[in-house]
Ligand binder design. Structure first.
Ligand code: SF4
Ligand code: SF4
Length: 321
C-alpha cells in the first residue's frame, strides 16, 4: 500500500517551552534533541520529489526555541521550492520590538507564512498579549493573508470576557463555565495523545466492544496530514507515539503489514485488544473515549511493561504520559 502525501509537518524537535495538558505529542521542556540540518535536508529533498506534495509546516515542539535551526530549515524549504509555514505558540513575542526583529529575520531568509497558536491550555504560561503582538507584527511583516491561527475561537472566547494576561486552567474553567468549555473542547481538540488521560473526564466513554471492526486504514493512508519527525519516523494522520516506519521506506515501499501492531490496526482494533490481553496481560478498561484511547492505552501498557515494538516510537512519547 503506497502513500503519496499532499501535505504534512516536519517535527524538528519535541522540545517545547511548555508541557500543555492537551499536547498531542506529549512535548515538554525535558524532551531534548533537535533534528540535524543534514537530516532535514534529506527529508525535504525527498518530500519535494512527491508530485502532489504542496504544503509543509515546520513544527515541534516549539520551533522558535532553536532559531538558528529554524533559519537553516527555512532556507532549505526555499531551496527546495516548497510551499511552507511555521507553527508557533508565540512565547517569544514578549514585546513588539523583539517580535519584529525575529520575524524580519525569518522573512529575510524566506518565511512567507505563519500559523500562530493560542490556547486556553497554556494561558497560565503565555500572556494573551503575546499572541496579540505576534498577530499584529505578523500581519505587518508577512501580510494578513499569510497569517493563520489555531484557534482564533479560543482567543476570542477569552477576549470577549475582557481577559488580560495569564490565567491557570482551573480558573479559566470557572471563568468560562463547564458547558462553554466542553463546547470549545469538542471543536478544538483532536481527541488523541496525552489529552486522552489528562482531559478524559470531559468526554463520554464507551465499552471496548463498540470498537469491534474499527481499523485505521483511513488514517494510515490519509495523504492530507502526515508528520515526519526528527528521528525520521513517518507518523500518520494525527496519531502520536506510533509510526509506520522510517519515512523513506514508507514513501518508497508503503506500509509494512508484517509489523504485528500495524497489521492489527489495519484489520480490526479489537483483535489488538484480544492479543494484548492474551499475550501480554493487558487489562481492559470499562470505557474508552474512542478507538484511539483504546489503542493508546494498550500501547502505553506495553511500553510501561518493557514490551517494545518497531511501530511504537518515539519511545519518549510514552514517558511521563
Ligand atoms: S505549545 Fe504546542 S507543542 Fe508545546 S506543549 Fe503545548 S501543545 Fe505541545
Ligand atoms: S487507533 Fe491508534 S493508530 Fe489508529 S488512528 Fe487512533 S491513534 Fe492512530
Amino acid at each position: 500500500m503506497k502513500i503519496s502525501p499532499y501535505s504534512g509537518g516536519l517535527i524538528i524537535s519535541y522540545q517545547c517551552n511548555l508541557a500543555c495538558i492537551h499536547c498531542l505529542y506529549n512535548c515538554r521542556p525535558s524532551w531534548k534533541g533537535w533534528a540535524k540540518i543534514e537530516d532535514i535536508d534529506k527529508i525535504l529533498g525527498r518530500l519535494c520529489k512527491i508530485k502532489n506534495f504542496n504544503s509543509l509546516h515546520l513544527t515541534g515542539g516549539e520551533p522558535f526555541m532553536n532559531l538558528p535551526l529554524l533559519i537553516e530549515s527555512i532556507k532549505l524549504c526555499k531551496r527546495y521550492n516548497l510551499s511552507f509555514f511555521v507553527e508557533t505558540n508565540c512565547y517569544w513575542a514578549k514585546n513588539e520590538e523583539y517580535a519584529e526583529k525575529i520575524l524580519r529575520k525569518l522573512k529575510e531568509v524566506g518565511l512567507n507564512s505563519i500559523l500562530l497558536s493560542y490556547s486556553i491550555f497554556y494561558a497560565d504560561k503565555i500572556p494573551i498579549e503575546n499572541f496579540e503582538i505576534a498577530m499584529e507584527i505578523s500581519f505587518k511583516i508577512l501580510g494578513r493573508e499569510n497569517v493563520s491561527f489555531y484557534t482564533l475561537s479560543g482567543y476570542q472566547l477569552l477576549k470577549n470576557l475582557n481577559f488580560k494576561g495569564k490565567i491557570n486552567f482551573e480558573d479559566c474553567l470557572k471563568l468560562l463555565g463547564y458547558e462553554k468549555f466542553v463546547k470549545f473542547l469538542q471543536n478544538y481538540i483532536v481527541p488523541k495523545g496525552k489529552c486522552l488521560y489528562t482531559l478524559e473526564n470531559f468526554f463520554y466513554k464507551f465499552p471496548p466492544e463498540k470498537f469491534k471492526g474499527a481499523n485505521c486504514i483511513f488514517e494510515f493512508l490519509n495523504p492530507y496530514h502526515i508528520h515526519i519527525d526528527l528521528y525520521e519516523n513517518y507518523i500518520p494522520s494525527f496519531c502520536a507515539g506510533i509510526t509506520l516506519g522510517n519515512f523513506e521506506k514508507v514513501l518508497n515501499e508503503g506500509i509494512n503489514r508484517n509489523e504485528k501492531i500495524l497489521n492489527f490496526l489495519m484489520t480490526d482494533i479489537y483483535s489488538f485488544l484480544i492479543w494484548a490481553e492474551n499475550e501480554y496481560g493487558y487489562k481492559r478498561k470499562e470505557g474508552y473515549i474512542n478507538k484511539c484511547h483504546l489503542c493508546l492505552d494498550i500501547r502505553k501498557y506495553l511500553i510501561d511493561n518493557g514490551f517494545y515494538f518497531d511501530s511504537l516510537k518515539p519511545i519518549e512519547f510514552y514517558h511521563q504520559l
